[in-house]
Design a protein around this ligand. Structure first.
Ligand SMILES: *Cc1c(COP(=O)(O)O)cnc(C)c1O
Length: 376
């Protein structure tokens, strides 16, 4: 059967150690260290933005972005139901109301055709989330944002190095956010980044990140913030990772292409779209969806893979099916069939940066095998 194949393993064999040693040798380990500003500047440049604000993770980047935009009580924000809890949580914690749309069955991203019908006089923003490897159709979103004077929040946590019609993901919203969790294209262990071109928004995010301390009277507060600061140690790793982003993206694309070659003819599987007319897939993760002919669901498939020592993860569970939101009276009686199907029939297979060609072969063979084992 061979060694276990984890669902994710990062590659840390660039200058990570060298930069970390610099932190130790100089004693600069807190957020005041020089790598933080350098990482912010280089990351912002990479996504063609004026400002980068490094934070503790991608989830809190969303919380800060929402508050910085002034979104609060009674405001509605439209987002995909098929996404991570962080997106809806940030909206709800700010006192605003999440309003969801279903997914496009081909790209798994939000179905942009469904957004306009959800716009009301209370709608303040659209939160786009690029899912798994392909960007959202941004032209459609930006047209609606202009027509109805809405803000755009772009969650680009899974899109380092991706572009939409040649423009970097992360440059497509009024404010955009990234995560550097170890399964993202570049990692800082834990970490995130907010990017924007707007000086005021950037200033507000910096203040929110640092407890809203005031320059004049440090311990007198006009607003409530958080401690979302990134350490110099994290930024050191991030900087070393950023140096290799192009290499990492092409690695992921090769992995995705190889999986697609190996799994292309396997009955019972829907595979990620390799490209749309606006982007090439970067395969943040390699997701597969069981077709309706398969007699079992993703839970069973993942169990079978586990028996073969192969790691996998379920797809997102839709926001409108979250018990925590039902308890708050949200999404009662709402149904979004595409997202519901993706959640029940979709999962992703090992996709980490350190995955080898041999491991990809073994995963593909095993996926074929577990599908041919038939019903439960
Ligand atoms: C990973 C991820 C996040 C959360 O990032 P963390 O750093 O884990 O908090 C947010 N949104 C999306 C789309 C993600 O994939």
């Amino acid at each position: 059967m061979g060694e276990p194949i984890p669902v994710n393993e990062p590659l840390l064999d660039g200058k990570e150690k060298q930069y970390l040693n610099e932190c130790i040798d100089t004693g600069w380990i807190s957020s005041e260290g020089p790598f933080v500003k350098q990482f912010e500047a280089e990351f912002a440049t990479r996504v063609e933005r004026k400002h980068g604000i490094a934070v503790s993770n991608g989830s809190m980047a969303l919380d800060a972005a929402i508050v910085a935009l002034g979104i609060g009580a009674g405001d509605e924000v439209i987002l995909p139901t098929f996404t991570i809890i962080s997106c809806a949580a940030a909206i709800v914690r700010a006192g605003a109301i999440p309003v969801v749309v279903d997914s496009n069955p081909d790209t798994w991203n939000m179905d942009v055709e469904q957004v306009e019908a959800k716009i009301t006089p209370k709608t303040k923003a659209i939160m786009v989330v690029h899912i798994y490897g392909l960007p959202v159709e941004m032209d459609a979103i930006q047209a609606l944002a202009q027509k109805y004077k809405l803000l755009v929040i772009e969650d680009a946590a899974e899109m380092h190095g991706q572009t939409y019609k040649g423009k970097p993901c992360g440059s497509l919203g009024d404010i955009s956010t990234f995560s550097f969790y170890p399964n993202k294209h570049i990692t800082t262990g834990e970490g995130g980044m907010i990017v924007t071109d707007d000086d005021n928004l950037a200033q507000r995010c910096r203040s929110l990140r640092n407890l809203c301390f005031q320059p004049q009277q440090r311990f007198v507060h006009e607003d409530l913030g958080w401690n979302l600061r990134m350490t110099n140690l994290q930024a050191a790793v991030g900087l070393a990772q950023l140096e290799r982003l192009d290499e990492f993206v092409s690695r992921k694309r090769q992995m995705g292409q190889r999986y697609t070659e190996l799994l292309g003819n396997v009955a019972g599987l829907e595979l990620p779209l390799p490209r749309t007319d606006y982007a090439e897939n970067i395969y943040w993760v390699y997701g597969v969806v069981l077709t309706d002919e398969v007699s079992f669901d993703a839970t069973e498939a993942m169990k079978r893979l586990r028996e073969h020592k192969i790691g996998s993860r379920p797809f997102f569970w839709p926001m409108h099916e979250q018990p925590v939101f039902h308890k708050m009276g949200l999404f009662k009686g709402e149904s979004y069939p595409v997202a519901e199907r993706l959640a029940r029939r979709g999962f992703y297979i090992p996709s980490g940066m350190a995955l080898t060609p041999e491991q990809i072969e073994r995963v593909a063979v095993t996926v074929k095998e577990i599908l041919s084992e038939g019903g439960q």
